[in-house]
Write a protein that binds this ligand. Sequence first.
Ligand code: GUN
Ligand code: FE
Length: 468
Amino acid sequence: RIYFGRFISTPKPDELWIRTGAVLVDSTDGRGVIEKTDWHVNGPNDAASKLGVEAPVVTAKDDGFFFPGFIDTHIHASQYPNAGIFGKSTLLDWLTTYTFPLESSLGNSKSPMYNDSSEPPDPLARAKAVYNRVVSKTLSHGTTTASYYATIHVEATNLLAEIAFKKGQRAYIGRVCMDRPETCPDYYRDESTEQTIANTRASIEFCKELDPSGERIAHIITPRFAPSCLPETLSALGALAKDEDLRVQTHISENLNEVKLVKELFPEQDSYTDVYDHHGLLTNRTILAHAVHLTKEEMALVKSRKSKISHCPASNSALGSGFCPVRELLDEGIEVGLGTDVSGGYSPSILDAVRNACIVSRHVGFLKGGDSRFNLSVAEGLWLATVGGAKVVGMEGRLGGFEQGMLWDVQEIEMGQIDESGGGWAAGVDIFGWESWEDRVAKWVWNGDDRNVKRVWVGGRMVHERKP
Ligand code: GUN
Ligand code: FE
């Protein structure tokens, strides 16, 4: 297949790359690799001869563009029904009030969520509904790759893997590990290190059978966060990640009370980061979510282990966790991507995460004496959402751009203008026509939403099309 139209991406952090041209994608092997590109094509009819092949041409509308699919480096699929429900809570009370009851309801019929339900509980039916919706919803917002947390339940977690695979989203599937009695409720935890490892292995095997290549679906080892796991469990999970050569994801230094709790629970270790390092969990395939309150020493340790950071600005603001100093992390040479952190974050949209990253960076700049050096530009925000995310999930050079050899994980964005007779589909982005393409992209970032996402492809397969 040939794709013709305007292509916009961010190969470098602070620069929008804008070209009109054609891209040839080989979908015959089901991987959807970009075979060839040509940025001197005059029109859709010219594309085939320039590229030297006969293939059907998919054309982007003149007021739109192809953009690399977004990468959500941190999202709790199981928490999607709670998006927007957090009241005035902060992390630790939010977990016990809102999060553990919901998560447990996807596998445990005795979950407190069912206490005043008139219907007989059907946890797996609920899991199926939640996971079908979260995958469809994120695809409709242009998320082509997601690193998911599910729940502790093997069956429901495997269902998430199956649903993402069927719907065609590239996904890393985490069965949540939590087994420390002091911090996890009786109704929602594994009973021992042995059970945690056995359950995790069951989910690893399921993902391997579903996609032996690991290209589209892969298990990701997921200790919820240091406080929720027995120390022996953390070590066993570190060893398992190493044996199976798998990605790891967890939370780090999100909230000051959480940092204090980690100090109390792990008195032997120098820092929160050191806890993960000590247990073999700080690898070059580890995604650390939040990293709001890391010390300089911790940043240096993260950097030296080549671990990655998922910045979740909407969540950090919603739960009052703090301001992640992204510029400092980038200056340190740490790889950073964006996460929605649904439902600590209220929105499943990575475009919204881009906006929030830009806003939070300005608050950081203000707190540093009004230094605009800390401000992220629109291009940098989009770079974090695509190229940065690709680095974080270990897909650098394969996702996030339009170069030969990269995968066709792409969203087609359209703009439009308001219908003055009322209604209209301009999706908040009202284009007058005189704006430069840089300005149009800025308007998309600050005012756009899922109505701007016309079509979405993963590995060359169309996985979403917006109905008019
Ligand atoms: N820390 C431990 N669990 C969670 C979670 O589910 N969400 C967030 N944001 N932080 C956590
Ligand atoms: Fe999270």
